[in-house]
Design a protein around this ligand. Structure first.
Ligand code: ATP
Length: 235
């Protein structure tokens, strides 16, 4: 009798959803890691890629260099025992501004059939119509909109975005596996009251390690200290 070798099913391999979390990560903080891991668990996502942006397209300049932001991300991800989190530095290697549509096009070229899930906080989703070639985003990926303290769900569901939601709203996460792109899911994660702005401000104001420890992975905080990032201004 021959026994067929055990193989993972197709849905677990080729067409397993690939989740993406883009950001400036200036610096990466526990909020980023928690929303990525909690969403991965809840939606059964095997991999979440953290994608640091090169030039700030949608917002003011970040405070740390690209090399430092990338190094901190790599340290943060090295802490992840589950192996779910990866760093994808394609935006830093690319010779163009960090337009998400270009990032999604390059991922789609690599993964023609895989559902791509762009994870995004309500604060960022509220500005989605200012993104370069925004209608194309929904041809390339699904969007998973995550709650964030200080940003009401109503902000993401504002009338200005109703035309986006109405044809695309997914009632259940399963819908994100049925097609490769085009749906929007509002997903609730345990709230993470942390922002990179708050961390930069705290560092500039001379915050102690014990005050920062709940907000940052230890290795990231050590890197910030040893490279004198976001340091209080002299004088
Ligand atoms: P900054 O304070 O500099 O704006 P940030 O903390 O918002 O930084 P980003 O790198 O800009 O961090 O965020 C990347 C993505 O992660 C965005 O989609 C953002 O909405 C989301 N995000 C960041 N922090 C949180 C959080 N605490 N809860 C939910 N979503 C978050």
């Amino acid at each position: 009798m021959t026994v067929a070798p055990l193989r993972p099913s197709r849905s677990d391999t080729i067409d397993a959803p690939l989740a993406l979390l883009g950001g400036t990560f200036d610096p990466v903080h526990r909020g980023h890691l928690r929303i990525a891991l909690d969403t991965a668990t809840a939606l059964r996502l095997p991999e979440v890629r953290l994608i640091p942006s090169k030039a700030p397209v949608h917002r003011a300049s970040p405070g740390a260099s690209e090399a430092d932001r990338l190094a901190m991300l790599r340290l943060a991800v090295a802490d992840d025992q589950s192996g779910t989190l990866r760093v994808d530095d394609r935006e830093l290697r690319r010779d163009t501004p960090s337009y998400t549509v270009l990032t999604l096009q390059s991922l789609r070229a690599e993964y023609p059939t895989r559902p791509l899930l762009w994870l995004i906080g309500i604060d960022a989703f509220a500005h989605i119509k200012s993104w370069y070639q925004w209608p194309q985003l929904f041809e390339l990926a699904h969007f998973v909109v995550l709650n964030r303290p200080g940003y009401a769900v109503a902000t993401a569901l504002s009338p200005a975005l109703a035309d986006l939601w109405q044809p695309r709203l997914a009632q259940e996460a399963a819908a994100l596996r049925a097609t490769a792109a085009g749906r929007i899911l509002l997903h609730t994660v345990p709230p993470q009251a942390v922002s990179a702005t708050e961390i930069r401000n705290s560092l500039a104001n001379g915050a102690s390690d014990s005050a920062l420890a709940p907000l940052l992975p230890a290795a990231v905080l050590a890197y910030i200290r040893s490279h004198h990032l976001y340091a209080p201004r002299a004088g």
